[in-house]
Write a protein that binds this ligand. Structure first.
Ligand SMILES: [Zn+2]
Length: 231
């Protein structure tokens, strides 16, 4: 029903296009820079070990299946590196490793936006379903207040996407400094490769925020229009 609504299309098509562009940009940056080997010749796992000791972090390094499935788990204090990163000495692999360790440093420092984001996770998981249900029932039964409550609950997703931005940009900033300060990345070409990969990744989070905001705006217009028609 919702996907046949032309208004929904008007709201979501620009967001969808931005998402596709961001994904294409990430894939091409990753593809290009995973073929360029860093002069240090150290693999993602080796660089992780060096950066962990240089930064005095208490983090284990493990491999994980999949492509670009790299992540830092703050509960286990484990850095998971994907197959293409763990044993690769490419510029892309080093950029991704350092970015994930940036998250480990945020965790150690109790970085405030990271804590906000972590606190929002359960609310967002429930809110995305509950919001839909409340909006749907509110529209169906013409209960404006209930529908607005649904919009409010649903807005948690947009707040989460907003909180994600500083967390990701800060992790990339830490990553760039880590790699150059420790000499893992040398020369302007390697630096620009690291920048390309990390900036492309940042763009996907911007696209995610735009999508979440557009979805929220659609519901605002839908529920707002409902009140207008009644008068
Ligand atoms: Zn990240």
């Amino acid at each position: 029903m919702l996907f046949l609504d032309p208004t929904y299309m008007i709201f979501m098509i620009p967001a969808f296009l931005i998402m596709v562009i961001a994904q294409t940009y990430v894939n091409s940056a990753y593809k290009k820079w995973s073929r360029v080997m860093a002069r240090s010749r150290l693999t993602g796992a080796q660089v992780a070990q060096r950066l962990i000791s240089a930064g005095g972090l208490n983090v284990e390094v493990e491999g994980v299946r999949g492509k670009l499935s790299d992540h830092y788990d703050p509960r286990k204090k484990v850095l998971f590196l994907s197959e293409g990163v763990y044993s690769s000495p490419s510029v892309a692999a080093l950029a991704i490793t350092a970015h994930e360790l940036g998250h480990a440093m945020q965790d150690r420092d109790g970085y405030f936006p990271l804590r906000i984001r972590a606190a929002l996770v359960p609310a967002v998981n429930i809110g995305s379903y509950l919001g839909w249900i409340l909006i749907f029932i509110g529209l169906l039964l013409r209960m404006t207040e209930l529908a607005w409550l649904g919009v409010l609950v649903f807005s948690g997703g947009a707040i989460f996407a907003l909180a994600t931005l500083p967390v990701e940009l800060n992790a990339s900033r830490r990553a760039k400094a880590l790699l150059t300060d420790t000499g893992m990345i040398v020369g302007e070409d390697e630096k620009s490769g690291v920048n390309r990969v990390l900036n492309a990744a940042a763009l996907t989070y911007v696209a995610g925020l735009i999508t979440a905001v557009m979805q929220l705006l659609y519901f605002v217009s839908l529920v707002g229009g409902m009140g207008g028609r009644r008068r």
